[in-house]
Ligand binder design. Structure first.
Ligand SMILES: Nc1ncnc2c1ncn2[C@@H]1O[C@H](COP(=O)(O)OP(=O)(O)OP(=O)(O)O)[C@@H](O)[C@H]1O
Length: 484
């Protein structure tokens, strides 16, 4: 659509936005700019927006406007299914080819894709599927028939050796693209990429001078805080009170009538047993909660997720296996009962709060005991023998950096929003006291002092960095030591 008059193009895009997705406006100017650039075509595009900002629409709208097919590489079958359900609800024909589908379905999808006028608009595949002969032949055929419009890589941080969800199969996509579909524009999207990850995405996918659409990862409507678990007398009571506060302040008289609750929430836990334990204790306190983890049978796990999605149970207590692709608007809080392994992981998990733009809350329960446990687990994992040593070394460094950065988030009295935006290479945000450090600086510093025993140096607030400089470790050692 390179030569189309801009006014006409704009009318067509807005019309499609309304008829296909039911939206009158773009969510943000960045979403609009990205859509317009992708529709104009001819260029690779990189989109980095916070969770819930509406990245999917950036490629789905151009995909339905174009005459051919858009291929979307997505990391998980569940994630694809979720996207396809959303599209099906809007009567947009989307299909997948994956290892779990029946032979009949597979034949049906392929027959459509090889037909003269395929009905499919979006085809979702995993990176593993993209590496198969079936897929290579299909891609070649679509290119020859000029039916492939865009090649989309969702959750593009998975491509990067430095990304927290690194998947080696993603590395093949760059070669495949150059060899098979060199002229098809590539659209890479992510929510969690710092400078290093972005550079690696460009390199691995061999993007050609991509147009960049990046917004700050600053989530204005989330209150971030860290609670020192070892300093509170009764952590469970603290969690109950927190949840009650986030979900409307008072307990409904009939706790089974969930419509009384103001929204819902997630409690993340590192272990299956931990999830069961917390869910059990919440139920004892009349807070309906269910555990979600890999130890449950598929059907049970699905039921827990559906109950939570439909608002039948306001609190889900889950391991990190829960959440990717979950698009629920009214998540009022995300509490971490244990510690994630990296800043990028925490940003993604906590970012499930407040997708509707309303004020929401994220609290991490932190203790040094937990920090040491996670450090031990990471160390053990890094020591396991690896096939590709060079890649493993790079990964180790990324993992260590990610963890140490996150320890700093917990242990440095610096604006939480600023720490996050700093990590992702974004500008200093205007926090507006929407974090504990900015709202209660004295209390945070006191807590940090109490976190460790030893002598403390003077407390000084730096004008340049916003950090409260305090000798937390005693013995004159300043700053944080590295743990992994
Ligand atoms: N222009 C728009 N107007 C109103 N709502 C929109 C618009 N674009 C997207 N949305 C809605 O915003 C929500 C978040 O969109 P989406 O799931 O694409 O976010 P995302 O950036 O992909 O998030 P994540 O990184 O968590 O996957 C969805 O409910 C979607 O329907």
């Amino acid at each position: 659509m390179e030569d189309v008059d801009e006014g006409i193009l704009s009318d067509v895009i807005y019309e499609a936005l309304k008829t296909a997705f039911g939206h009158k406006e773009f969510k943000t100017k960045l979403q609009k700019d990205a859509v317009f650039a992708i529709v104009r075509g001819g260029k690779d595009v990189f989109v980095s927006m916070p969770t819930g900002a509406g990245k999917s629409l950036c490629y789905q709208l151009p995909a339905i406007m174009a005459e051919g097919i858009t291929m979307v590489v997505s990391p998980l079958i569940a994630l694809m299914q979720d996207q396809m359900d959303h599209l099906a609800a809007r009567a947009i024909p989307a299909e997948t080819i994956n290892s779990k589908m029946t032979e009949t379905d597979r034949k049906r999808v392929l027959a459509d894709l090889y037909s003269e006028t395929p009905l499919t608009k979006l085809l979702y595949i995993t990176p593993e599927q993209a590496a198969t002969e079936t897929f290579k032949n299909l891609a070649q055929s679509l290119v020859e028939r000029e039916k492939l419009n865009y090649f989309v890589i969702d959750e593009a941080h998975c491509v990067s050796q430095w990304g927290h969800d690194f998947r080696p199969d993603y590395l093949k996509l760059g070669f495949m693209r150059v060899k098979l579909i060199p002229k098809v524009p590539c659209i890479a999207l992510t929510a969690t990429a710092n400078k290093q990850v972005i550079e690696d995405i460009f390199l691995q996918l061999k993007l050609k001078k991509p147009l960049k659409f990046k917004s700050s990862c600053f989530r204005t409507n989330i209150y971030y805080e860290v609670t020192m678990k070892q300093l509170i007398r009764d952590p469970y009571t603290d969690l109950f009170d927190y949840i009650k506060q986030c979900l409307g302040g008072t307990l409904p008289e009939n706790p089974k009538k969930v419509s009384d609750w103001y929204g819902c929430g997630i409690v993340y836990n590192r272990t299956k047993d931990g999830c069961e334990e917390v869910a059990h204790r919440l139920c004892q306190k009349n807070i309906p909660a269910k555990a979600y983890h890999a130890g449950l049978k598929t059907g049970d796990r699905l039921k827990v997720q559906t109950d939570w999605m439909e608002g039948k149970v306001p609190v889900i207590v889950a391991t990190v296996s829960f959440g990717m692709g979950v698009d629920k608007a009214n998540v009022r809080f995300v509490a971490h009962w244990t510690m994630p392994q990296s800043m990028a992981g925490y940003y993604q998990e906590s970012g499930r709060a407040g997708r509707d733009g309303k004020q929401s809350y994220c609290r991490l329960y932190y203790s040094r005991e937990e920090r040491d446990k996670v450090a031990f687990l990471i160390n053990a994992d890094l020591k396991r023998p690896k096939k590709d040593l060079a890649a493993a070394k790079m990964r180790s460094k990324a993992t260590m950096d990610g963890f140490n950065n996150f320890v700093e988030y917990c242990e440095k009295p610096k604006c939480r929003h600023w720490t996050i935006t700093d990590y992702f290479g974004d500008e200093k945000p205007d926090c507006q006291k929407n974090c504990d450090v900015c709202k209660y600086p004295k209390r945070v510093v006191e807590d940090l002092k109490n976190l460790v025993s030893g002598s403390f140096g003077k407390t000084r607030i730096s004008k340049d960095t916003g950090e409260v400089d305090v000798d937390l470790y005693g013995g004159g050692r300043r700053g944080l030591k590295k743990y992994v």
